[in-house]
Design a protein around this ligand. Structure first.
Ligand code: SAM
Length: 299
C-alpha cells in the first residue's frame, strides 16, 4: 500500500524534472546542480526509474517511448497526475473537456503518428501507394488537436484529411493549432460523430482509436468507416488490449485506463470479429506494449 502511494510522488518528481530541464540534462549526461532536481533524481534512483552508472552518470533504467522527448514526457505525466486527481474526486467526465487533457493527448498522438507513418503504413498495400503518389485522403476519427492528421499530411505531401470529433473544445484547439501549420489548409475539421458519417468511397486511410469510443459508437462507426473507405484501403484501429507477457499490474492499469477513456478494454479477437461483421475483408494485428494495432482492409 505504502509502496503504491509513493508512486504518485515518483511520477510527480519525474514530471517536474522533465518540465524544468533536469531530464534533458540527465539524457545529455550533464550534472544536476539545482537542489530540487537532485532530490527528484535521488527519488527516481530509489524507485529504479534512473540508475547511476560507474562514472556517476545518471541514466534511465528502461526504454520508454516518452523518455526521449522531455516535452512529451512532462505533458503526459502531468496529464496522468491530473487524471488521477479527477478520478480521486470522482470527476472523470470533466476530463473530456479539460484543455490540458486534450493537449496532452495531442502531444502523445505525435509519437503515435510517427509510428503510424513510418512503421505501419508501409505494410499496407493500396493505401501505401496512394500516400506515396500524393493523392490520398485520410479520415481521422476523434481528431482531437489534429496531431495525427497533421503528421500524415506532412509526411505524405499531397495528402488531405478530414478530422471528426464530437468535442467542441477539442475542435477549437485543433483549429487554433492547425492555423499555424503549413498543412492546416489541407485538413477539414467537422464536429460530427463517426456514427453520422455518410461519406462513401472517399478515403484511402482511416484511423479510429477504439479506446475513446463507446461500444455503441464503435459498432455503428465501423460500418460507416468501411463504407467511407475506397476498395482495398485500410482502417488502422488501436485497441485497448494488453500484450502477452505484460505484468498483471500493467494489464489491470490498461483496463482501468480504457474504462476511464470510454471504450473499455477489448481483445484483438473481439476487435477482429467486429471488423468482419462490419464487412472488412482482411484483418491483421500488431501487438503493442499498451495498446495493440488492428488493421482492416475494405473489400
Ligand atoms: C483524445 S482524442 C485523440 C487524440 C488526437 N489523436 C490528437 O491528435 O489530439 C480522441 C477524441 O475522440 C473523440 N470522440 C469520442 N467519441 C467520438 C465519436 N463518436 N466520433 C468522433 N469523435 C469521437 C473525443 O471527443 C476525443 O477528442
Amino acid at each position: 500500500m505504502i509502496e503504491s502511494l509513493r508512486q504518485v510522488q515518483v511520477v510527480g518528481a519525474l514530471a517536474r524534472l522533465a518540465r524544468t530541464g533536469g531530464w534533458a540534462d540527465i539524457l545529455e549526461g550533464r550534472p544536476l546542480t539545482d537542489e530540487l532536481d537532485v532530490a527528484d533524481a535521488r527519488l527516481l534512483v530509489a524507485a529504479q526509474v534512473l540508475r547511476e552508472s560507474a562514472g556517476g552518470r545518471l541514466e534511465p533504467v528502461d526504454l520508454h517511448p516518452w523518455y526521449d522527448d522531455p516535452q512529451i514526457l512532462a505533458a503526459n505525466l502531468v496529464a496522468e497526475l491530473r487524471r488521477a486527481l479527477h478520478h480521486g474526486h470522482d470527476e472523470d467526465r470533466l476530463t473530456a473537456t479539460d484543455p490540458d487533457q486534450i493537449l496532452a493527448m495531442g502531444v502523445a498522438s505525435r509519437s503515435v503518428a510517427a509510428i503510424l507513418a513510418e512503421g505501419v503504413l508501409p505494410m499496407l498495400p493500396v493505401t501505401r501507394d496512394r500516400l506515396d503518389e500524393g493523392r490520398a485522403r485520410f479520415l481521422d476519427v476523434g481528431v482531437g488537436t489534429g496531431a495525427i492528421a497533421q503528421t500524415i499530411c506532412e509526411t505524405f505531401p499531397g495528402t488531405s484529411a478530414v478530422g471528426l470529433d464530437v468535442s467542441f473544445e477539442a475542435l477549437s484547439m485543433a483549429k487554433e493549432h492547425l492555423a499555424e501549420s503549413p498543412v492546416g489548409h489541407l485538413i477539414e475539421l467537422r464536429q460530427q460523430s463517426v456514427v453520422d458519417l455518410v461519406d462513401e468511397d472517399a478515403y484511402d486511410l482511416a484511423w479510429m482509436p477504439q479506446i475513446f469510443l463507446s461500444r455503441a459508437d464503435l459498432e455503428v462507426g465501423l460500418g460507416r468507416v468501411r463504407r467511407a473507405l475506397r476498395p482495398g484501403c485500410w482502417l488502422v484501429m488501436p485497441v485497448a488490449a494488453s500484450a502477452d507477457g505484460c505484468t498483471p499490474l500493467e494489464a489491470a492499469a490498461l483496463e482501468h485506463d480504457a474504462v476511464l477513456r470510454g471504450g473499455g478494454p477489448m481483445s484483438v479477437l473481439c476487435a477482429a470479429e467486429l471488423l468482419r461483421e462490419a464487412g472488412f475483408a482482411r484483418v491483421r494485428d500488431m501487438p503493442g506494449v499498451s495498446q495493440s494495432l488492428v488493421m482492416a482492409q475494405a473489400a
